[in-house]
Design a protein around this ligand. Structure first.
Ligand code: GDP
Length: 297
């Protein structure tokens, strides 16, 4: 990756201060400037960065950093802790309904990775949690989405519920839940339509699906490469649909993953999974502390 790590940069800043005895408030300010740049380069939304840096500064100007013999290290520690806390601290699992099947609805813009992620999560649930998922093909607008999901289902040897592209997403979602009950599947993962941009029709349709099947989990799929835009996407989906979690895809690409922090900050919902490649098994549970280290570089 082409980024210079924050650790190195802070060290360089600190080296300049050496020989001047104690760290001053001005020194902390300079270190904070480096923190700010590192976060912006990691594609964290600028408003989120501003608030974050102010919070950290308060802590840094306090005892911990100023009195430390290794202020550079200390700042990194504080930043790391704060970032981890902001992303929820602990890893958060996907929901399980008290009464089977657990209904999981996916949402997101076209190309974010919804269809792929449906299969990845299904695979994850079976492999790690011994679950029996059913996949529902309710993205009736993207021509290849239904075929894509059916192919993935075959590959996984899992049932895929489809009514073709003439049925309504609501009917497909309801039908899938019924079939899951009949076949004793304990998860229904509903792939939904995306658009290139957020529009009212899309949101209206997603709201109808939500209304019809009352999902236990609504996961927003966000492309980590979209950086700053991720904030607007997450905000709109959360306001208009209400999401319970997020999945960040394409973290295998050349991104520091600042979108993780932004998405978490604007929605308040946990990020549950990270997509790290195109293959079905390239999905990780999301770990806030690992992401904090990645964002800092
Ligand atoms: P959808 O329109 O939201 O259903 O998006 P798709 O599931 O069709 O994914 C769009 C493209 O992104 C496909 O080429 C996927 O292979 C790719 N993709 C999805 N998730 C990941 C990921 O985590 N890493 C990478 N590198 N590619 C991904």
């Amino acid at each position: 990756m082409a980024f210079e790590g924050l650790a190195e940069r802070l060290q360089a800043t600190f080296d300049k201060m050496k020989g001047r005895g104690k760290v001053s408030e001005a020194d902390v300010k300079e270190m904070m400037r480096e923190v700010r740049l590192a976060l912006l380069e990691a594609d964290v939304n600028f408003k989120v960065v501003k608030k974050f840096v102010n919070d950290v500064k308060e802590r840094a100007v306090g005892q911990e950093v100023m009195k430390s013999l290794t202020p550079g290290q200390q700042v990194i520690k504080v930043v790391n802790e704060e970032l981890t806390a902001l992303m929820g601290g602990e890893q958060t699992k996907i929901a399980t309904a008290q009464k089977s099947p657990t209904v999981v609805m996916m949402a997101g813009l076209q190309g974010a990775g919804k269809t792929t992620t449906v299969a990845k999560i299904a695979n994850h649930l079976r492999k790690h949690n011994n679950r029996k998922p059913l996949l529902a093909a309710a993205d009736i607008y993207r021509p290849a989405a239904i075929d894509q999901l059916e192919t993935l289902g075959k590959q996984l040897n899992m049932p895929v519920y489809s009514l073709g592209d003439q049925a309504s997403p609501v009917d497909i979602a309801k039908g899938a839940v019924e079939q899951a009950k009949e076949e004793h599947c304990d998860y229904v993962l509903i792939d939904t339509a995306g658009r290139l941009h957020i529009d009212e029709n899309l949101m209206g349709e997603l709201q109808e699906v939500k209304q019809a099947v009352q999902p236990d989990e609504i996961l927003l799929v966000v492309d980590a490469m979209t950086g700053q835009d991720a904030v607007n996407v997450a905000e709109s989906f959360n306001e208009q649909l209400g999401i319970t979690g997020a999945v960040l895809t394409k973290l295998d690409g050349d991104t520091r993953g600042g979108a993780a922090l932004s998405v978490r900050q604007v929605t308040g919902v946990p990020i549950k999974f990270a997509g790290v490649g195109e293959k079905i098994d390239e999905l990780d549970e999301f770990h806030p502390e690992r992401m904090a280290s990645r964002i800092l570089g």
